[in-house]
Design a protein. Structure first.
Length: 349
């Protein structure tokens, strides 16, 4: 019986092993096996997901090749160039682009949008990465991508289809039918008739004058007028205004230079007044002008506020120029009269 006392439950068995240690080893083996199975399941799911993603990507590429969601605006654009634009757009869209920082998203969206718009442009003759990059800067400004909500940017970058939808949505929102279309066109007509002359001015100013003139010639009552035409004219006008303003935000050195710049602000004021969606964009332009001039304070003599610009200001400015021209002409006439009178009083012998 004393020998039996050596066999205490939970201590040492007849082989001399600790039963507790055996249980712990079994549990450890069980956990390791479960962990290995879990890792195998995760690896399988990852491989399966990668396969599905690859399959979806192939389907998307094939869909672009078979039935393009993006068509070239120029039927004469070589097929290879069309393909290169599609490949570029494909490379700048996708879920991986959504995971970038906001700044990176804006830059990527501007490049993809520029590629899409070049592809759609009737005057694009070939594929060019340098053209895409050059246009991306203007597209970023004109489409107001910096002021887009991040979720809208994500939708735009997620796929080529999303890019098309996003670009077209921005174009419609910013440059579609203006509020009170007739009044908008009338103000543009008034502005165009009051603009400073484009004689001996820069190509950028001349382009702006021509673009504003095209807007002023729109017929709100025409049954033939389409939203695409309105968008095209308004977009061209805004792009020309921004292009002219580039590098000219400081106070102009001459009255003539100042007046030409003010004409650009008149146009910006009219466009933003008749489209609330342009509000943020227009304000960001004005803020930049005031920042460059150091005139952020409203009471500063060079402070710019769009409420002070528009068709009426352009008319007043033209009237002032006319009065000054009359005064100048009168002064010249008087000077000539004095000279003539002097010659009569002192005839040459």
């Amino acid at each position: 019986m004393k020998e039996d006392q050596n066999f205490i439950n939970g201590s040492i068995n007849d082989d001399g092993y600790d039963e507790t240690s055996i249980y712990e080893e079994l549990e450890k083996e069980k956990e390791e096996k479960q962990k290995q199975e879990e890792q195998e399941r995760e690896a399988y799911e990852k491989e399966r997901k990668a396969g599905e993603d690859k399959e979806d990507e192939l389907k998307r590429v094939n869909a672009l090749e078979e039935e393009p969601v993006i068509e070239a605006g120029n039927p004469n654009l070589p097929e290879k160039d069309v393909s290169n634009y599609l490949i570029y757009i494909q490379a700048h869209t996708g879920q991986q682009m959504v995971e970038k920082t906001v700044r990176e998203k804006i830059e990527t969206a501007s490049k993809a949008a520029a590629a899409y718009m070049l592809l759609r442009a009737s005057n694009t003759k070939s594929y060019s990465v340098s053209d895409i990059h050059t246009n991306a800067t203007r597209v970023k400004q004109t489409l107001d991508l910096a002021n887009m909500h991040e979720t809208d940017l994500d939708d735009m970058l997620r796929s080529p289809e999303g890019l098309v939808k996003g670009v077209n949505g921005q174009l419609r929102s910013l440059y579609g039918y203006p509020e009170d279309f007739s009044a908008y066109v009338d103000k543009m007509k008034t502005l165009v008739s009051s603009l400073m002359t484009s004689d001996n001015r820069s190509a950028e100013y001349k382009n702006m004058v021509n673009a504003l003139k095209e807007v002023s010639e729109l017929d709100p009552n025409s049954a033939m007028l389409t939203q695409d035409e309105i968008i095209s004219k308004n977009y061209k006008a805004m792009e020309s205004v921004e292009k002219y303003m580039k590098g000219k935000k400081r106070v102009r050195k001459t009255d003539v230079g100042k007046e030409h710049f003010d004409n650009a602000l008149d146009a910006l004021s009219i466009m933003s007044e008749h489209n609330v969606m342009l509000g943020d964009k227009a304000q960001s332009i004005v803020d930049r002008i005031n920042e460059v001039r150091g005139s952020e304070a409203p009471e500063h003599e060079n402070h710019v506020s769009l409420s002070n610009y528009g068709a009426e200001r352009a008319v007043r400015a033209k009237e002032t120029r006319i009065e000054k021209a009359k005064e100048k002409k009168l002064e010249i006439t008087m000077d000539k009269s004095k000279i003539k009178q002097k010659e009569m009083n002192h005839p040459m012998i």
